[in-house]
Design a protein around this ligand. Sequence first.
Ligand SMILES: [Zn+2]
Length: 456
Amino acid sequence: MPTAIRDTTVVTSDAARTVHHEAAIVVDGDRIAAIGPTAEIDRRFPHAERVDGRGKAVLPGLVNCHTHLTLTVARGVQEDFGFPSTLRFPTTVQAMLSAEENAVFAMLGALECLRGGNTTMLEISTRVPDYAQLVAGTGLRAVFGQSASDLEPAGIRENRFVYSPALAEKTLRGVDDVISTWHGAEKGRVTCVVAAHAPEACSPELLRAARALAERRDVGTTIHLDQSHWEVESVTKVRGVRPAEYLFQHDFLSPRLVAAHCRFMTPGEVSHLGRSRASVSHNAAMAARRAAAPPIQALAAAGCTIAMGTDNMAHDMLESMRTGLFVERIARQDAERPWPEDVLEWATRNGAAALGLGADVGSLEIGKKADLIVLDARRPHLVPALRIVSAWIHNGQASDVESVMVDGRWLMRDRKVLTIDEADVVTRAEAIGRRVWRELVDRHPNVPFPIRLPSC
Ligand SMILES: [Zn+2]
């Protein structure tokens, strides 16, 4: 039976940025069947299940183009130690997690995505198989980017860059396996890309092989790019050119690439990326935490599609949108641009296009997949909700999202998550998180760690 959300505000995020007031949106199966005045929809769909949308707003689900769900384990610590981390432990807490424990943090991240209205995510890690099944089971739309790299980890601390053909072969095989298992799974709700980790971590041979694999499998690619000063210095030292130029030289730039970060780019790099028509995942909140702001206006002017992501530790797309708006206004010295509608476009329609999903998601239009979120527009900080996009992006909270639908299925309804045992995930994540940080610190008593942890 179709479902009609009635008497509501529908923010479409379509090309004309249409907002329908006193409207209804009809979902039939996994797709949007109609959007229009409530009275008309009632006549056309007399047997639809009626959902009261008064005082609410329906928006497209948010598209997150750069996540590391399992790094929620480092939340509350790693945000304040830069990147690469200035903590000098010889290992990381995430490396200390079993596959099962790693999956708990993936589910914690997925919960946060779901609660904040993030319906699609490009999830990147070297351990996707640990948790792919569970994340797919949440009902969220996932793009898995199992990550490849051929830089020998042993030398990194001493700035020695040694690349291993065996490591290239092994990690690319891992990518290929994830694509074999997951690309197109769950009736197309799960797809894959080839993730090459970062310019300093990939030899020219790996970059070319990764691109070839993506072409062979007909999937997109992603990479971290101009993420840190260390990366720029390392690539310049080892390759003699800046990171985007290095990717250009080895044919890794393409319209199907999502380049994450792009923080420290020179005009020459911007030009390379723009001419390739690659997309940029602007991870605005994490960039601001890292004291950086990518040249968004120049990247867009050069031809890049600007999308948004959250990156590590947090998966709050509203925070990323708001930070993106604030930081961009500071950068432009313009109190009026970008508009909240611009930023919402980055986080919806542009994100979907970046992931090759633009025909199906990223806006609320007839025939597209029913990936939508319902905001409670009567919360005090949103009233009067005359222009809900602006009210939400300037003043809203992730918890204003009260319901989430993906593929026509409710994953959260009236703030109750229906596909994840929330209490269980939170309880386990808290216990594991406390234990691994304690273990890391206790195992390395000579490594300075300026945080006093709880005793258990
Ligand atoms: Zn990342």
